[in-house]
Design a protein around this ligand. Sequence first.
Ligand code: ASP
Length: 317
Amino acid sequence: MAPSLPKVIIHGGAGTALHDQGGLGAVRADLHRIVEQVYQRAQDGAPAVECVVLGCQLLEDTPRFNAGHGSVLQSDGQVRMSAALMDGATQRFSGVINVSRVQHPIDLATFLQPAADRVLSDLGAMELARELAIPLFDPVTDLRLREWMQERANHFQSPMAGVVAEPTPGDTNARRGTIGVVVLDTAGQLAAGTSTGGKGLERIGRVSDSAMPAGNYANGLAAISCTGIGEDIIDECLAARIVVRVTDGMSIEAAFVKSFAEATANQRDFGAIGLSHLGEIAWGKTSDMLLAAYHTGSTLGDTLDLPAGTQTGVISP
Ligand code: ASP
């Protein structure tokens, strides 16, 4: 098959509006920088999985986003991260749940792709990191620590999830900003990756959707990464739901429209990004904002200026 133009879409979370335009500009700059880098790698002919891993690493390294370095703290003041990788070509899912002290949780998910045991949680994931001699890394930033201490001073009154990415001064609801990357490579293969620090302030042991097929799923026809309230994503089984709809013959556009209409009726709070094997770039949200950016091959765009409320969109090649 002749090589086709690759496509890339990434996200840095979903939630209520960022009030500060400066904050929005900084988020946009980070997303555009990273989507360009991932696109470049895809254009050089790298497989979708490799491009997805690169994008996740770059986003995990950006403290603005709630994944890897800059992950939010849980109720006990600890960071526990989850990440998943799904190769659409092989339809294989791998992931880690509630891992600590690693720089790139997505690397552990990548290592597990060919393994017999493909999803590991806390102790097992830590043991794997030790086995692979991955250096210890402290993902806590001053900002996240300050947020947590403020919550503690307020006796943890805030709702567990709030605004995407970086807070405005005085805004303590800044605990989402999970990241995700979806790529269609030049060989026409799809992959999806998602990485998170969780909702923030959650109970010890809470499991995020990000390392479940509800939050990250792909096959040969479609690939999806989700963000938002994990419990809502799990209840809709969102990523797998959209992929199955496309597999059963629906267009990705129709699959997003139907899935987000259902989500709105069920009062869910989340967003999703995706790609079809035809090169259609898709996004949807019920939340106020979805921080996503995409590269079509000719244009770079984002969803940062979408109005609040349910929206879906598709860019056809
Ligand atoms: N879905 C993530 C979780 O609930 C949070 C997020 O997407 O920001 O763990």
